[in-house]
Every structure is written in C-alpha cells, then in structure tokens.
Design a protein around this ligand. Structure first.
Ligand SMILES: [Zn+2]
Length: 213
C-alpha cells in the first residue's frame, strides 16, 4: 500500500466534497457547510401512505455530494453531520414518538459493511427526544433491488417490506418517524409506511436528507 495515501487518509486535510483546505477537526469545509445551510426544508406532497414528509435539500450539488461521500466512500464519520441537518428538519416530537429507518437490503449492507440509514437514525435519536426502539421495526425480504431500476420499474415493483417480529408490541399505536437518506420515487417509503401501519402505527412521518424531484 502507498504510505503517502495512507497518511492522507489518516489526517484528511482537504474537504471531501470540494477539496478546498480543511481546518483541524473539521469534516467538511465552511463553504460547504454554508452551502448546506442555505437549503430550505422541503415539505412537499408525501408518498402514498405517509402522512407528511420533510427533507433537508434537493438531491443535488453539495447535499448530494455529502451523501455520496458518506455512503459510497464509506466516510461513516459524516453520519453525525448529516443527522444534524436532519434534526433541523424534524418537527417537534417527544419520547412518545418512535423513530426507525427504512430497512436495508441485506446483501447491500454486507457488501458495504454498514447500514447508512441505521447510522442516521441513531444520530437523530441521540440529538432529539424521540425514542429509538430496542430493535428495527421493519424488515426487507428478498433482494429488493431499487437502485439501477428506472422510475416506472421502481413503482411497479416496490420492495417487499414487512413488520419485524414484535413490531406491533413495540409500536403500540404510536406515531413513527420513518427515516431514509434520499426520497426518489417514494416507493420504499410507501412500502415501509404500509408495513408500519400493519403493525399498528398511528401517524407515519417521513424524514429524508435529500429529495430527488
Ligand atoms: Zn467543501
């Protein structure tokens, strides 16, 4: 392995999004933070079965680059930063409200080595009063491939998402905040919301970092 590259990894000195120089202990540069802060919270029409949705930014520019660095370059240290932006888009919610993520395709988690949505859920629960159930409320069956399909394909073949064991008891009729990193067609959020309702959820509110319009 190239030692120079290894050293750069250990002490990142440039912003992973725009490559401008980075202060000590900063994850991304001030310019990129300002760019992200300029985004207005998006509260458009929710996908079917979801009562309301909030997203931090369009799936474009700096927000999209940040998500890509987190997910595809495995920069898991960015999860707290992304969760922080998502907390700003979270409507006030108390400990009676539960939070859970859309369930990952198990093969993808295995290949990637981590579940990005689960990290975001943990970060949001940490920074708010909402309650993180002792285990995920949803489970994905089958391959559930959504990436690589076109919009019509995604809508025609929604992922097979079902309540996890004990979800009915854990939910107990309460409101659930459903988290995903990005909303594309809304098919995954809809399938997840339907499973949460099957398990007795009252209101289902979705929260995503970006929204692809
Ligand atoms: Zn930057």
């Amino acid at each position: 392995m190239n030692a120079g590259r290894l050293a750069r990894w250990a002490v990142p000195s440039s912003c992973p999004l725009c490559r401008s120089s980075l202060g000590p202990d900063a994850l991304i540069c001030g310019g990129c933070v300002r760019e992200l802060n300029r985004s207005q919270v998006l509260r458009g029409d929710p996908p079917e079965g979801v009562d309301r949705i909030s997203s931090c930014a369009d799936h474009d520019g700096t927000a999209r680059d940040l998500l890509a660095a987190f997910k595809f370059r495995r920069m898991t240290g960015l999860s707290g930063l992304i969760a922080g932006f998502m907390l700003d888009a979270l409507d006030t919610a108390g400990p009676e409200t539960l939070i859970t993520g859309v369930p990952p395709a198990r093969l993808r988690t295995w290949i990637r080595g981590f579940d990005p949505v689960a990290l975001l859920v943990a970060g949001i629960a940490d920074g708010s009063d909402v309650s993180l159930p002792v285990k995920p409320l949803l489970r994905r069956h089958g391959a559930g491939r959504q990436r690589g399909q076109d919009r019509a394909g995604r809508l025609a073949r929604p992922p097979d998402i079902r309540p996890a064991k004990d979800s009915g008891r854990l939910i107990g009729g309460r409101e659930v905040i459903l988290v995903d990193d990005v909303m594309t067609t809304g098919a995954t959020l809809s399938a997840s919301a339907a499973a949460l309702r099957l398990a007795g959820a009252g209101t289902v509110s979705a929260l995503t970092f970006t929204r692809r319009l």
